[in-house]
Design a protein around this ligand. Structure first.
Ligand SMILES: [Zn+2]
Length: 337
């Protein structure tokens, strides 16, 4: 995934075992991808025009990652709530879906981010009253659910948008958002479950489509979907747990596939997958936390994918989420699904 990173750089091979909470809060609230999302901050942004265009496609996701990270850090008020809600609603299209920013086409990924943000700041009532399709202050939630449901295909998987690309990421996102909206009955859940099962490989893990190579990110989306559907019983937990545990390398971090370098975001993708199948105790949590902490910039805040690289909001969110999963002191607890 292309991400605009920086300005800071992760600490390198220090023996840093401290979480720099206040630095991370400052990093996120100053972040362009988050800050740019609020009309009131537009003027501060003129100097960053190039970066603005580079980051624009990630904006609604960026807001979600930043907001969730702030909640984990115990600073949910650090972003202005009403501006957040107004920005999210301004990204909605007539068909009920959301784009990355105002004027962009609707897509599953941004629609899921929008729902997650609105739930996080407890604003579904504003969506119900002011969202597209709402009449007499009602109906906005249903409209979003209908958009998501319209993207399920005959095989049970979901498309990202009307152009038809399918991916288990979209399937997981659809079930996640619909369960938050309490509208799971709008889609064929058993068919979605069979599609996920068809992506299971002999090693116990999952790929992006039937027969595709196993990947930890796809494992998360597939078992997250099964968890939401209440069908974790379909998983061979020991076989999958073994594959996931093998993702931990000597340095303590997780990789996404065999032979790859460790990356802080897999602390979340692999860690939450292990938590969902009750196998998180199969890995060395202390070594994992040590690796993730080495990915933080101790001076300017933020996390990178690995020590020595540039920090970004995506790895800041998933690094913190991974530490939270390990019940790291000073962080709010997170739901693995
Ligand atoms: Zn990563």
């Amino acid at each position: 995934m292309a991400l605009v990173s920086g300005p800071g750089r992760a600490g390198g091979a220090t023996s840093d075992q401290e979480l720099h909470t206040q630095k991370h809060i400052t990093y996120i609230t100053k972040l362009d991808t988050v800050r740019a999302s609020f009309q009131s901050y537009f003027e501060a942004f003129i100097d960053y025009e190039l970066e603005y265009w580079l980051t624009e496609h990630l904006r609604l996701n960026g807001v979600y990652w930043g907001l969730t990270a702030l909640h984990l850090l115990g600073a949910p008020e650090a972003l202005p709530r009403q501006s957040t809600i107004d920005f999210v609603l301004s990204c909605q299209k007539e068909n009920g879906g959301f784009g990355a920013a105002p004027g962009h086409d609707a897509h599953m990924l941004y629609t899921v981010s929008a729902v997650q943000i609105l739930v996080t700041v407890d604003a579904l009532d504003e969506l119900e009253a002011k969202g597209k399709g709402a009449q007499n202050g009602k109906g906005g939630i249903q409209k979003v659910g209908s958009f998501i449901a319209s993207l399920q295909n005959e095989e049970g998987c979901f498309m990202g948008d009307e152009w038809g690309e399918t991916d288990t990421r979209f399937l997981y996102g659809a079930l996640n958002a619909l369960s938050l909206l309490r509208l799971m009955d709008l889609v064929d859940v058993p068919k979605a479950v069979s599609y996920v099962q068809s992506c299971e490989n002999l090693d116990g893990a999952y790929g992006v489509t039937p027969g595709a190579e196993s990947h930890a990110g796809q494992v998360f989306t597939c078992i997250g979907a099964l968890s939401i559907a209440g069908r974790l019983d379909l998983i061979n937990k020991d076989r999958l747990g073994a594959w996931l545990s093998e993702r931990q390398v000597d340095k303590g971090g997780f990789n996404g596939r065999p032979e790859k370098l460790p990356d802080s975001c897999y602390a979340w993708w692999v860690g939450s997958s292990l938590a969902m199948i009750d196998r998180l105790h199969w890995i060395d949590g202390q070594k994992l936390a040590g690796f993730v902490l080495q990915c933080q910039d101790p001076n300017a805040g933020g996390f990178a994918d690995r020590p020595g690289n540039m920090v970004d909001v995506y790895h800041t969110h998933f690094g913190l989420a991974g530490l939270s999963l390990l019940k790291f002191e000073g962080l709010e607890e997170i739901d693995p699904v």
